[in-house]
Design a protein around this ligand. Structure first.
Ligand code: ADP
Ligand code: MG
Length: 324
């Protein structure tokens, strides 16, 4: 199969056609119209076999995750995603794999109403790079840098499920088969919080997606906003299987430090509480207040438990919360 036929067969007509698309797959480059009053939001993420997913992972799941992790970045900015481009590096022209990948790609692109408008295809070790482009009202994008002292800190969904599932797959922790099945979903099929991100525009002061772990990602907000954040570890939202794992000897390390949750963490003035509860009810997404933005101190992130505050640099107390 030539590269041309591969593209025609597997990479054309993927996703939902956007009214603003002028030229899609087939020319030297794509052309899109930016609606007036809007800005374009751009991000790219790569998945490398053996690094971001196990060899042998189902092609449909790879496609889902590839798009989901990129859409999560759009969500964190409050953007409406519209277009993606795909750089596909594959070891060989495997029709079964390509067909499954293409199906998975089309499904998630349609689900989130984005269109594949171009890309590149070459031979080599399996690496997938997706660039996503979205739009947002001028000057309205959510950022990491504008958390305000006194803000409440929220997270969406549950924390730690994906990394707990990964640890179980790697035999680092023991879970029942049933629990692992439930948690695997968070790892294999993350749900980017795209609608939530858009609803947070004009309401949240800062926002980030939790791809590298709650503490790490909140420290980005703290650093870039020039504030400190106190996290109440007792309020962390946990799934039923995580809660099972926690008793009697599990720990909160996965919820605090585990990556790949692809939920949103955001800060908002306490006066926005009612509106946030309304959004939660409207979208059917759990939003939990987990902390507070404080004036900048020596510690960017502090953990409070039973009214006692622990700092991250105090290793002894921190180990209590972290992975073994
Ligand atoms: P060029 O040699 O000019 O880079 P290509 O043969 O790589 O052209 O690509 C031809 C067309 O197919 C372009 O419009 C490009 O965007 C598109 N394309 C190539 N690979 C992919 C892909 N994996 N997914 C989507 N579009 C692709
Ligand atoms: Mg090319």
């Amino acid at each position: 199969m030539t590269e041309f036929t591969l593209i025609q067969k597997y990479c054309k007509d993927i996703g939902s056609v956007q009214a603003e698309t002028v030229i899609s797959v087939g020319d030297d480059a794509a052309v899109v119209n930016i609606p007036s009053g809007k800005e374009i939001v751009v991000s790219v993420d790569s998945l490398v076999e053996g690094v971001h997913f196990f060899a042998g992972t189902k092609a449909q799941n790879i496609a889902h995750k590839l798009v989901a992790v990129n859409l999560s970045d759009m969500a964190a900015m409050g953007a409406l995603p519209k277009w993606v481009t795909l750089a596909l590096t594959i070891p060989k022209h495997d029709n079964v794999w390509l067909s499954e990948f293409s199906k998975g790609l089309d499904r998630i692109c349609k689900q989130y109403k984005v269109q594949l408008i171009g890309g590149d295809t070459c031979q080599g070790p399996l690496v997938l790079s997706l660039q996503v482009m979205g739009i947002v009202d001028k000057g309205e994008a959510l950022t990491r840098s504008s958390a305000r002292v006194g803000d409440d800190v929220y997270v969406s969904g549950n924390l730690g499920d994906a990394s707990l599932a990964l640890a179980a797959i790697q035999d680092k922790v023991q879970l029942s088969n049933n629990d692992l099945q439930l948690l695997r979903f968070a790892l294999d099929k993350p749900t980017p919080q795209v609608k939530l991100g858009q609803h947070l525009i004009g309401l949240a002061n800062s926002c980030i997606d939790i791809s590298d772990g709650l503490i790490g990602d909140l420290s980005h907000i703290a650093l870039q906003s020039g504030v400190s954040i106190k996290l109440d570890v007792e309020s962390l939202p946990l799934s039923e299987p995580y809660t099972q794992y926690l008793t009697p000897e599990g720990d909160l390390g996965f919820a605090l430090n585990g990556g790949e949750d692809y939920q949103l963490a955001f800060t908002a003035a306490a006066t926005q509480r009612k509106k946030i509860d309304k959004i939660s009810a409207k979208l059917g997404i759990k939003l939990t207040k987990v902390g507070k933005v404080l004036t900048k101190s020596a510690e960017m992130i502090m953990l409070s438990k039973n009214g006692q505050v622990f700092t991250l640099s105090n290793n002894k107390s921190y180990q209590h919360f972290s992975e073994n």
